[in-house]
Structure formats: C-alpha cells, structure tokens
Design a protein around this ligand. Structure first.
Ligand SMILES: Cc1ncc(C[n+]2csc(CCOP(=O)(O)OP(=O)(O)O)c2C)c(N)n1
Ligand SMILES: [Mg+2]
Length: 393
C-alpha cells in the first residue's frame, strides 16, 4: 500500500518542521486538491480513469456494473440527505448533520467492509449507515427526538452515532482487540473527522491500536472543517502524517473519488484482517453544507471555496467516466433516480409517522439493571410532569 510516510515526501514551505511558528497562521490551506497532487486517485475530477499499479489491483473486480452500483449508492445517499435537511427546515427534525460532498468517502469505505465487520461512527456517517442496511426511518428517529438510538447495532454491524467527538475511536479499538481475542477475523472501522484528530480519545485509541496491533481502520474524513475551525489551524502537516508517530501507516486518498476510497479501504481492511494491525486513512474531501442545520457557514467560509470544490464533485466524476464508456443507459439512470426518490420518500414518511414516545420511557434503557439513582430521577421527573397536568385541569 502506498503511504505518505515515505521519507522523501516533500514538505510544503509552511510545513517546515525546524521553525515552530509562534503565531496562528493567517488562514487554512483549504484550497481543493488538484489532480497533480500526491493523493491516491483512480478517477480524475474530469472523469478519466487513472492508472495506479499499487491500488488498481484492489479494484480490478469493479467492472462497469459495479461502478454503476457505487454511483447508485452515492445518488441515493445524496438524495435522502437532502430530504433530511428539508425535513429539518420544515420543523420535522430537531437537527440534521448534512453529508453533502462526502458521498464518495462514505460509500467507498463502507462498501469495502464485510457483513461481520463493525462500524463506529460519528453523527455524520448516514451514508455509511445506508450502505450497512439501515432502515430509512431508523436514520431519522434520533434527530426527531423520538428515540435515544436509531437502530439495533447488531442488526447492521454499526454502533449508533457518537456525538462525543472522537470517543468512537476507543470503542472501535476495544472492539477490534475483542475480535482478535475471540479468534475472529472481523475488523472494526472508526470514522472520525479532521477535528476529532485533536481529541485525546483519538490519540489514546491510536496508541492502544498500534500497541495491540488491533484490526482497526481509522477512517478520517478530512472535510476541512470542525464546525467553523479550519483544519489548517490545528494541523500544520497532513493529518495522515501523524499516524507514523504511533507506528501506524498513514494514507491520503482523494475522498471525492469513490473508486480510490474503495481501493485504499480494502487494502487497509485486508491488512487488519491479516493481523498486521491498524491503518489511518485520511480521505481529503469537503463539507459542502453547514456543520449541522443549526450552523451558518457563510459567516466563516470564503465565498469562492465551495465552487472550487463543486468542480471536484464525487458524483460528477463517476457520471463523466460512465458516460465516456457508454456504461450508464438512460433506463438504468432512470432506475437510479427512482430508487433515490423512493428512499427519500420513505425517510419522509417514516419520519412523519414516528409516534411521540411517553416522556418517562426516557429512563427505560439507561441501565440494563434497575438502579435506585435512575428510579429516583424517574420519580422526580414524573412529579414534574404531573405539575403541568394539574395546571391544564
Ligand atoms: C468532546 C466533544 N467536544 C466538542 C464537541 C462539540 N462538537 C460537535 S461536532 C464538533 C466538530 C467536529 O469536527 P470534525 O471532527 O472535523 O467532524 P465533522 O463535524 O467535520 O464531520 C465539535 C467541536 C463534542 N460534540 N464533543
Ligand atoms: Mg471535519
């Protein structure tokens, strides 16, 4: 596997390690990648299939039909994500973290996994959840405030979304060590953001994962932002360059290239399965929307930046490649659009059909065995609610 940890990798001027800057840099280096950079890339932004002797073997089975299937996933994921944003804007969801722009990173990595592998994600990986088989309604339960968790983790091999930034990397590492102790060859994947790499939890997870040679893949979607903090503020060097410090190989991939992401993740997963330990993948992508629907990125994103990234759109380049090969018929394209519409419709209908739960059910699944503390809190809350019933009478 190619890794950016090679000693001859040229430093950019601002990355000079010898002189530690004493002031915060002027701004982020959030310029989009170009096809001439050193990211792993198999499809250019303009839709040409690039040759890469190291990574091509990992996707040699991906024929035109398989590429269309990856494209379909991305179209469906984009469509239901847009529907969820609309539901929030219409007051039907409390909040939604859009993944617009990150479809290739999520679909390419999720499709590299086996059924018995296990995903530990943040809140933004709804595209991964779709690929793991999450039910349309399950995707929105938590965001509508009608459930504490959206799905049964064992049913789809994916833990419910983690809101505590970075914490899932420890869970993934512990799970991976458990797989090894069980003699299973399953692997786990920790999806983290660029911002999460500054968290202590991620640092600790990488230390433990390297030490135990745990079968875990740290899949970092560097979408350039941690809410309004640009990645350039916290990382003076590419994030993947941190990995070798832990004894973990780091790979930088064009996160908007679904084929390259699939190749790199397959290689990382295979390495873990063979018992060779963790890999850190940095998928360089861009969050095209707000952090969540509560955020207004126009207050901190340069006006020209989104358009530059739009030119590197993950769906567009696959469309171009398929068109150039005559591999996407009008019929198939229509089918894909219909599937996307139907899934988005199911998300909407499922959302609107969710029943408001009994307020006290909040306490039902806090602990497996009853605890006097939770019981007392439940009674206090019941008494509080009863005050309102008296007022209404
Ligand atoms: C431990 C912790 N600190 C702070 C927050 C508030 N918070 C929520 S999301 C976020 C930014 C995370 O950025 P990144 O890891 O890049 O993921 P992205 O949202 O871009 O997918 C922060 C600071 C939190 N949820 N948990
Ligand atoms: Mg981020």
């Amino acid at each position: 596997m190619r890794s950016d940890v090679s000693p001859d990798r040229a430093l950019r001027p601002h990355e000079d390690q010898g002189t530690r800057p004493t002031t915060v840099p002027d701004g982020p280096d959030d310029a989009p990648p170009t096809d001439a950079d050193d990211l792993v890339r198999l499809v250019s932004a303009t839709g040409e299939r690039l040759t890469d002797p190291v990574h091509d073997p990992w996707v040699q089975d991906v024929d035109d039909d398989a590429l269309v299937a990856l494209y379909e996933d991305m179209v469906v994921v984009r469509r239901f994500d847009i529907e969820a944003v609309a539901l929030q804007r219409q007051g039907q969801l409390g909040l939604w973290p859009p993944l617009l722009g990150q479809e290739a990173a999520q679909v390419g990595s999720a499709r590299a996994l086996r059924r018995d592998d296990f995903v530990f994600s943040s809140y933004r990986e709804n595209g991964v959840a779709y690929c793991r088989g999450a039910d349309p309604t399950d995707l929105v339960r938590v965001w509508r405030g009608t459930a504490l968790s959206g799905w049964d983790p064992w049913a789809i091999g994916m833990a419910t979304p983690q809101i505590v930034v970075g914490a899932q990397s420890l869970h993934a590492t512990g799970y991976a060590i458990g797989c090894r102790l069980d003699g299973a060859d399953a692997v786990s994947v920790a999806y983290v953001g660029d911002g999460a790499t500054s968290q202590g939890d991620v640092h600790e997870a990488m230390v433990f994962a390297a030490s135990a040679s745990a079968p875990v893949v740290f899949f970092c979607q560097n979408n350039q932002w941690a809410i309004s903090e640009p990645v350039g503020l916290v990382a003076r060097r590419p994030l993947a360059d941190r990995a070798p410090g832990y004894g973990i190989p780091g790979v930088r991939v064009d996160g908007n290239d679904v084929l390259a992401v699939l190749a790199v993740t397959r290689a990382a997963v295979d390495r873990a399965r063979r018992g060779e330990g963790p890999t850190f993948v940095e998928a360089v992508t861009y969050r095209m929307g707000p952090h969540t629907t509560s955020d207004d990125p126009t207050r901190y994103v340069d006006v020209d930046t989104p358009a530059q990234w739009a030119a590197r759109d993950p769906l567009l380049r696959v469309e171009r490649l398929l068109e150039s090969r005559g591999a996407l018929s009008e019929d198939r394209s229509g089918e894909i659009k219909e599937k996307a519409e139907s899934f988005a419709h199911q998300v909407r209908e499922g959302c609107l059909g969710l029943a408001v739960p009994d307020a006290l059910s909040l306490f039902d699944h806090v602990l497996v065995t009853p605890s006097p503390v939770v019981e007392r809190q439940r009674d206090e809350y019941a008494a509080y609610l009863a005050m309102y019933e008296e007022v209404e009478r």
